[in-house]
Design a binder for this molecule. Structure first.
Ligand code: KG4
Ligand code: ZN
Length: 333
């Protein structure tokens, strides 16, 4: 079976073709970063319009690349995400399915992230603990099998990627902030400032990043007043990154210990962070699995492979499914 994956939940227009026998055949992505950068964050209306403009040419391109006329099934991201952006992907998926006489599968974006490591040669076996860290989520999920998910921890305020983006904005770095912070942190002293490791001493497995963000903001404001901001920028970025990553790792190791996991999957945009990847691997006794860098951030290969695992749920076109807020546990089977 050939599955076309479509991802339009936020600011990447992405498509992929997955063969249930041979694996990933082709994938392509157009990032909208340059369009949103002047605004310091994603502008929903601009995102929807650009998805609409770019989706069909991208689909045409990968079909030609894979020498395929049409897929058997179309898997599309149905949420969570920006509602207008989701409707563009869902609308086109259902329209094409009508024209091609094929079936559709609406996919949960976070399940896509969770299954992204399955695109790699070294795949995790179930059960595993998933740390899903992106611009919209910070989740610790117990994964016993496909559609057997239990959220063990979530953020009480900002998502970790959002915290990276907001701190980057404070430091006058461009959007998205995560990679920018990681870049300048390389030249900074990560012990220059002692920022809080939020929640690490608190019971439970939830995260909270607004206190850390406020602590950074106070330091930035002071440095601006003192005229030392340019000199100290990389030290602030490095100290923030260290506090944020230590918090993620601390909570993840605690969850793994409490729930007896010897496999951890890290996925989502922040999963591309080198410090997180390196330090978690070094501090965990079991095995850590990551998708390759390009499949950590939003992509359609993860949506297509999720479609492959859920092929039995392929359905005739119906109403377009687009859900801005959608809990991962609600898709349990
Ligand atoms: O998964 P993703 O592409 O989109 C969402 O579903 O949100 O994640 C995007 C987030 C952004 O907040 C971005 O700043 C962050 O991932 N990010 C990083 C890195 N690369 C991307 N955060 C920290 N370090 C990175 N290297
Ligand atoms: Zn994502």
């Amino acid at each position: 079976m050939y599955i076309l994956g479509i991802e339009t939940s936020c600011d990447e227009t992405a498509v992929a073709l997955f063969d249930t026998n041979k694996g990933l055949l082709a994938h392509s992505l157009r990032s909208q970063i340059a369009l949103h950068a002047p605004y310091g964050g994603v502008v929903p209306e601009i995102a929807s319009r650009d998805h609409l403009r770019c989706l069909l040419p991208l689909i045409k391109k990968i079909l030609v690349e894979a020498k395929l006329k049409k897929p058997d099934v179309i898997a599309y991201t149905a949420g969570p995400g920006l509602i207008g952006a989701l409707m563009v992907g869902g609308g086109l998926a259902n329209g094409l399915a009508l024209a091609w006489q094929c079936k559709v599968i609406p996919i949960h974006h976070m399940e896509g992230h969770l299954l992204a490591p399955m695109l790699e040669e070294e795949k995790p076996e179930y059960p595993f603990l998933a740390l899903l860290v992106s611009g919209g989520h910070s989740l610790l999920v117990s994964v016993k099998g496909l559609g057997d998910y239990k959220v063990l921890g979530t953020t009480l305020d900002d998502a970790i990627g959002e915290a990276f983006d907001k701190v980057a904005k404070l430091l006058n770095l461009s959007y998205p902030g995560g990679p920018e912070i990681a870049k300048i942190a390389e030249y900074g002293d990560s012990n220059a400032y002692s920022f809080p490791r939020p929640m690490l001493k608190k019971p439970g497995l939830n995260f909270s990043f607004s206190g850390l963000k406020t602590a950074v903001m106070l330091v930035v404001r002071q440095a601006e007043k003192d005229g030392t901001i340019e000199k100290n920028k990389s030290d602030i970025a490095a100290s923030f990154q260290k506090a944020a990553i230590e918090t993620l790792i601390g909570r993840t190791l605690k969850a793994a210990k409490l729930h007896n996991f010897d496999r951890i999957v890290v996925a989502g945009g922040v999963g591309a962070n080198i410090m997180l990847r390196k330090n978690l691997k070094a501090s965990f006794e079991g095995t850590v699995f990551y998708p390759r860098h390009e499949f950590c951030t939003d992509n359609a290969a993860m949506i297509a492979i999720a479609g492959a695992y859920r092929i039995a749920e392929a359905q005739e076109i119906d109403e377009i499914k687009a859900t801005a807020r959608w809990s991962l546990e609600s898709i349990n089977t």
